[in-house]
Write a protein that binds this ligand. Sequence first.
Ligand code: ADP
Ligand code: ASP
Ligand code: MG
Length: 447
Amino acid sequence: MIVAKFGGTSVADAAAIHRLVGIIAARRDERPVVVVSALAKITDQLIALEDAEGPADFEAAVARIVERHRALAHDLDLPPAAIERIREDADSLGQWVRARGTGPWTSAERDRVIAHGELWSSRVVAAALDHGGVPAAWVDARHVIITEPDFGQAAPRLPNIRNRAARVIGPIIERNIVPVTQGFIGATQDGQTTTLGRGGSDYTASLLGAALGAERVEIWTDVDGLLTADPRIVPDARLLPEASYDEAAELAAFGARVLHPATQLPLIEAGIPCWVRNSFAPERPGTRIVAGARPAPLGDSPVRAIAWKKGITVVNVRAPRRLGAVEFLQQLFAVFARHGVAVDVLASSEVNVSVTVDEPARIPALVTDLEALGTVTLFERRAIVAVVGLDLRGTRGFSARLFGAVRDVNIEVISQGASEINVTFVVEEGDGIRAVRALHQEFFGTG
Ligand code: ADP
Ligand code: ASP
Ligand code: MG
């Protein structure tokens, strides 16, 4: 069997869903499991409901979201039953908001509300497959994707998922029916809705792929595959026909939105290949991400791709001299661990440590604890630029070429050599795009 995940733009309108049906119909023999995201932009609209002026405003906004699904079902010529459940869910949301009022949500409430994007898109997609002659069954991902109760960024529990997938999804596949389920959402063991973090539908696909022992996972999106840079920034970015798990993970971690950063994790152990494909052009080959890929250089460039991530804060901590360097680092990382804050880029001298953090909400509490260790200075609105390549550490003259290409940009923190496949540096947010283009120009001849 295979898992095929369709992102928001790949289910956004009737034309997109017709293409989806075509792609799945062509794979019937391979026993596909379909995972879908919310229709494009719907998750943002659901998140914005938290700021509704009052219950009437909330319900009007929900009605607009329902209308988009209704119109889509209509364009697809689906029977009215296709959106009955969507209307019922919307009514429940209305009752909930009238009982509690609007205003700040708990993280558990937020997950419960925003899950509706996927719950509803999957209803339409399941009905469209059925209608298109591909027998399909809607599956509630909350019965399968069991997670810890860490709402908003929930950690999956693979053993439970494996069990549930076999029990809930296995029999449907056996009957030669295509299970259609939601990306992004899951539930705690006691049934509370959770989400896996923005862009998490990719992660759902790989979790299911691993749990069910899929032959491959296909991530259907709106670009040709993994490219040498985000094509929104570098329109001539080139396709990587093949990539290693490490490369894909590095690019995702440093802002290449095309894959959720955790996507590769469940696939590595089982050695399941993952493809990134263009749902707007299903005939194109896409990128194949496999274990032990020996990625070939593109032309004479040691660089394979460039990514960037904005919204970064650099946290600099200056230690008092009395603390030994080892002790200082130990205490510093204990603080980060206690706050559960991940660090991407790190640079240190004996008394100064600079690290990058991309979770703004957690910074105030973190800083309070770090101040017990030394003087803390924050540099906000920064971006990380990551260059991913082949043996960058061992390529003579590479640094000179890289930093020569961005000589007009002020570079604040550099992390090089920790891994042979990437070099990362920090710039002001406003310089990020310019840096990516300059690097692409240098290493691929177009920017
Ligand atoms: P989906 O809704 O299908 O999950 P996303 O918007 O999450 O799609 O991810 C696809 C987008 O990722 C592309 O439209 C592209 O702008 C962006 N992207 C960023 N970096 C890269 C890259 N290196 N290769 C391909 N796409 C990239
Ligand atoms: N719909 C969710 C989001 O917008 C998950 C996803 O698209 O992968 O973040
Ligand atoms: Mg995505």
